[in-house]
Design a protein around this ligand. Structure first.
Ligand code: PEP
Ligand code: MN
Length: 264
């Protein structure tokens, strides 16, 4: 990807000449899988390796993550590749374990952002931290819940915040798994203009073939980064198989994406 506007806040320290790229599997499955993907991403534009360790699944009976064991795999991936790491935390116990294992960035999942009680608990567990915390939009199209989560973290002096736009549930059948409702993210930015905004095209799309277009739209809207689910064998991924792309496809995509030059 090419140059874009100056990045904001905590993103400055990354010293990037392109929007932040977070990539990696929906779920950490095995140590070998995490390491293999990390090594395949190492020489792409990827800055941060993602992998879900604790997986909130809407319905029971699906793979719910390897748990704390996966934190060691992320640590090893970081040592071997130099990529930063990020995983989802959904309660104070997760926070504690992730901090002990040196996870660089924590993200809050869409099913957590809907709950002010749990957001409050997580925010208190992170009180005063310098860690970067990325807050996904709530599953439902409710700007106030998303704003409320941001405010709860700020109130606990968690300053290095960002938001991830992953689309919103709808009962309508559309081409998206989760409707982007771009205006909601724009409204959030109006309220918090300095908050880095990252697109998660994978959970919006729910399918591989529209990921690039979604990223292009986000870049046109001056988003600060993308978070893309990436697996060497997407069809056999243990979760979100339909929407993952290979590290090679991610590499090609970031080369192809046209970044609109900022008019300053
Ligand atoms: C994920 O990132 O794999 C995930 C579960 O995302 P979301 O919380 O956006 O559904
Ligand atoms: Mn996923």
């Amino acid at each position: 990807m090419e140059n874009k506007k100056e990045l904001r806040g905590w993103l400055d320290k990354f010293n990037l000449d392109h929007p932040l790229v977070i990539a990696g599997p929906c779920s950490a499955e095995t140590e070998e899988q995490v390491l293999k993907i990390a090594h395949q991403l190492k020489d792409t534009d990827t800055n941060v390796l993602r992998a879900g360790i604790w997986k909130p699944r809407t319905r029971p009976g699906n793979f719910e993550g390897v748990g704390a064991l996966g934190l060691k795999w992320l640590q090893r991936a970081k040592e071997e590749t130099g990529l930063l790491t990020t995983t989802e935390v959904a309660n104070p116990i997760h926070v504690d374990l992730a901090l002990k294992h040196d996870v660089d960035i924590l993200w809050i999942g869409a099913r957590t952002t809907v709950s002010p009680f749990i957001i409050q608990e997580i925010a208190e567990a992170l009180k005063g931290t310098d860690k970067t915390v990325l807050i996904k939009n709530p599953v439902n199209p409710d700007l106030a819940l998303w704003l409320g989560a941001v405010e709860r973290f700020y109130k606990q002096d968690v300053k290095n915040l960002g938001v991830i736009h992953r689309g919103f549930s709808t009962y309508e059948k559309t081409k998206y798994r989760n409707n982007p409702e771009w205006q909601i993210a724009i409204d959030l930015q109006t309220k918090f203009p300095d908050l880095p905004l990252i697109l998660d095209p994978s959970h919006i799309a729910g399918r591989r073939d529209i990921i690039t277009d979604l990223c292009q739209t986000a870049l046109d809207l001056n988003y600060d980064g993308i978070m893309v689910e990436t697996h060497y064998d997407p069809d056999n991924a243990w979760s979100d198989a339909k929407q993952q792309i290979t590290p090679q496809a991610l590499d090609q995509m970031t080369r192809d994406l046209k970044i609109r030059k900022e008019v300053s």
